[in-house]
Design a protein around this ligand. Sequence first.
Ligand code: HPA
Length: 275
Amino acid sequence: MNDTRMEKLNKATATLKDKLPEVPEIALVLGSGLSQAFGIPGEGVTIPWSEIPGFPLPTVAGHAGQFWAGEVSGKQLLLQRGRTHYYEGYSIDDVVFATRLFALLGIKTLIVTNASGAINKDFSAGDLVLISDHINMLGTNPLRGPNLGDLGPRFPDMSTAYSPRLRKLAKEVAASTGISLKEGVYLATLGPSYESPAEIRAFRALGADLVGMSTVPEVIAARHAGIEVLGISCATNLAAGVDPKATLSHKEVIDTTKRVGDAMRRLITAIIGRV
Ligand code: HPA
């Protein structure tokens, strides 16, 4: 089992490497609607996931499925446009397939973004939030199964999963560019239904500020492989029940990412220059 998983990853990595103009230093994952809002950062190479053998292809509306590689703020960036979610029915190995390609390409820094619901009552729809830590409520872990020892240890530490160094840097960049950046704990649930108000009250009691359906598997897989991680969430809506009169919709999520996509792009572009 180990060998087949590694063989598949190595084959995909070799194919991707051949298509890349330069060795990337930083990977950036853009989630729900954010890849649309962010756009293509400039001249570079686009690589559809369908051209990479073994790559799991996504199904949800609003999620592109390609890499873009090129220079951003003087750094070689590999941009992942769209992601694979566990709720789509993929295996947890497939959910972190791209993350493991980053590790095998030698990428040392991963910037993950997502859309989330705001549990913290001090947050508003449209806030950009630095992820300080996570709570994994997916009911699984991407490291389940025989350890991929070529990538990392059996029991990796998650004490500083969201790099204190990169968080400090992100705060400095936000302050100097005048972009407001809050900070909070992200809780991952399976989805795809949004949470019930009772679940949101429970998650708040557990210490969560944000809720979403992604990111945590990728961060665990990245930390397993020794990649430094920065997470930035766009709180696209108040979580269920926070505003008792509101209902939740994917349209609101996409509309908010469109509204704050430019601030997110400016913030991340400036961060990349200083990583
Ligand atoms: N819940 C879960 N995932 C989400 C939400 C939410 O309220 N908003 C955006 N992604």
